[in-house]
Design a binder for this molecule. Sequence first.
Ligand code: URA
Length: 410
Amino acid sequence: MNIIDIINKKRVGLELNKEELEYAFNGYLKGIVKDYQMSSLLMAICIKGMSEKETFDLVDIFIKSGDVLDLSSIPGIKVDKHSTGGIGDKITLIIAPIVAACGVVVPKMSGRGLGYTGGTIDKLESIKGFNVSLTEEEFINALKTIKLAVTGQTANLCPMDKAIYALRDVTGTTSSIPLIASSIMSKKIAGGADKILIDIKCGNGALMENMDDALKLREIMEKIGEYYGKETICEISDMNTPLGSNIGNSLEVIEAMDVLHGKKGELTDLAIKIATEMIKVSKDITVEEAKNEVIFAINSGNAFKKFLEFVKNQGGDINSLVVSTNIETVKATSAGEVKKINALNIGKLSCSLGAGRINKEDTIDYSVGIVLNKLVGDKVNIGDTLFTMYKKQSEVNPLNINPDDYYEIK
Ligand code: URA
């Protein structure tokens, strides 16, 4: 067997068998298959797709690249949540402490930014000292003591996803249904939760740009979950507009804390909806009962306390968050009401400010990003600030931003 034949087979749209997939993917992890060869195979998969059998085989290969956690020593139902990623999507940082504050164990395996979408692990790393590579023992101990732990893929947990994910991020191979399904479901299954809630983002700022693809992704992820005996519930939510007002790593952690402190809006509504669903399936109670628990966790301050406990437990110093002081505002050149904010363009801009990666080796600047000063539905006068860019401290030149590329005002 050789990797070039495998790439060519996929290039012409043929189905790869399990041995070929193992040869390519396990070979990549061992360093036998090179970055450029795997990039080429991933692109062929993006363009030609994969059959259901290939996708199931790939999930199996991803899972078997590391350990599968056994959380049976922790009492109660364990529920994990994952988003397919969007612009300004900091929902995990909000719902994980809410759900844990309601007494449900949340074992969470997250990823870094992918394409223009941010990732929970990068956001958590904006907190100085925060450990995103927990050992299995640390992960289980945290779940036993505070009911909440978030870890990235490690040498033991889904190492295949760690390697492939980093390559997809910088090779334009993020938007493939089988690759997304394998990446997410392998992490969820290895993470050991009993129930899985997936928030599939759909829109121009998401990996799934249209409803047809979002539905296909939902179908395959639910089938994979069922096969592994994990109840998997997929919600589809809009990602044509950024979620909330802050985009960028430290800025998103700050907004997540604002929501836990009671900030209202669309972001809060979605967080409440997802947390409610997680509590409902875990405790087998009605939606109303679950929602009451969620609202109580926020209003009582218990969810925020849980967030602080979680940050401390993983070594983070919440007072260490840095936001750049090098700011530039973008002003409205027309008056009216904000009809749309282009999530994709805002995501690209945030990435170009330094909040995401273009090359595998790039380091993220956690202090940069964007704050939307006007949201959809807001009234705007000429000269009002639409959004504020937090640029790298070293950036001296003004960025010539055309507001019409980001905001539709009528
Ligand atoms: N989140 C993941 O973990 N993997 C993907 O491929 C997309 C979103």
